[in-house]
Design a protein around this ligand. Structure first.
Ligand code: PYC
Length: 310
């Protein structure tokens, strides 16, 4: 029997499964090389760890690796039901809480390498985690996509460690009671972006679609619904999505650098953030909470025909 040891947590409701043992370390001098090795040679472990029957569509996995940069504490590759993420804000908050739960870190700032760059994270005295993300930016303002059966949708293409299409559709109330309709329209937008060749920089696939509406929380500025790359929506306000949104607003003059933005999620959770200007770069800061929910050993029985997931 093979075993993979994991620690599960949720960040504002969105699950993260951190692999702490049993997954052979992927070789590579950079985190992107390690991610590519995982894609080519270890994809059955990704599906076995996050998909059914051990997981489900919304689980984001995180493989911890040694760092690749001299001042970093660790590396991490995030993965989900359909592939690999560049960065993951809620996932990084889960990783930090998990490392603290395991007694591996205390309070204070850590540098962590990801396939899209080195990020920083700190466990704060109140138990929340502050993340300094990779530089984020607005790539295409007011891009128009024609959505079959709906009509034209105008939105911003923005980067926050992953690629996002950011838009507002006021006739879709951002409420879990409308989940089927929200999944349907955001998937149709994503499909239309692909069909119409609307991409991020260098032809990058826009695999997240984020809808915004006014909030129901008195302490938040906005509520969102985020379609993740596969068949899941983000239960959290989405760290990379909030980064993309804040960067786009700063570039449009709708948010000032340093001004606090509080993003509510579709389930009512909250991330707080702001943009710092560093030279030419807009660097997002995000803060949120995660809670450890389980420590488990996942069994991979060679006789189990579904051991690598459904
Ligand atoms: O928090 O960045 C995020 C994220 C991306 C996909 C799911 N969560």
């Amino acid at each position: 029997m093979d075993w993979i040891q994991v620690v599960d947590s949720h960040t504002e409701g969105e699950p993260t499964r951190v692999v702490v043992d049993g997954w052979p370390q992927p070789p590579g001098a950079t985190m992107a090389e390690r991610r590519d090795h995982m894609k080519r040679h270890q994809d059955h472990l990704r599906t076995g760890v996050v998909k059914e029957p051990r997981g489900h569509d919304a689980v984001v996995g995180a493989l911890l690796t040694p760092p690749v940069e001299p001042n970093s504490a660790a590396g991490v590759v995030f993965f989900n039901d359909v592939g690999y993420l560049g960065m993951c804000g809620h996932g990084l908050i889960g990783v930090v809480r998990t490392l603290h739960h395991l007694g591996r870190i205390g309070q204070g700032m850590l540098r962590i390498d990801t396939p899209v760059g080195t990020v920083e994270a700190a466990l704060l005295a109140d138990g929340s985690v502050a993340v300094t993300n990779v530089p984020s930016y607005l790539y295409a303002e007011d891009a128009m996509v024609e959505v079959a059966g709906y009509g034209p949708v105008i939105g911003d293409v923005a980067y926050g460690g992953n690629w996002f299409f950011l838009t507002e559709l006021p006739e879709f109330v951002l409420d879990l009671r409308n989940l089927d309709a929200l999944m349907d329209i955001t998937k149709r937008i994503r499909r239309s972006l692909i069909e119409q060749g609307i991409t991020g920089a260098d032809g990058a696939l826009i695999d997240h679609v984020e809808l915004f509406s006014p909030t129901t929380r008195p302490d938040a500025h906005s509520r969102n619904f985020v379609l993740c790359p596969g068949n899941a929506y983000d239960r959290s306000p989405c760290g990379t999505g909030t980064s993309a949104k804040m960067a786009a607003m700063v570039e449009r003059g709708k948010l000032q650098p340093g001004q606090v933005w509080r993003q509510e999620s579709i389930v009512g959770g909250l991330f707080e953030g702001f943009i710092e200007v560093r030279g030419e770069d807009l660097v997002p800061h995000i803060r949120g909470r995660a809670f450890v929910t389980a420590e488990s050993r996942l069994a991979f029985d060679p006789a189990d025909p579904f051991r690598h997931g459904l």
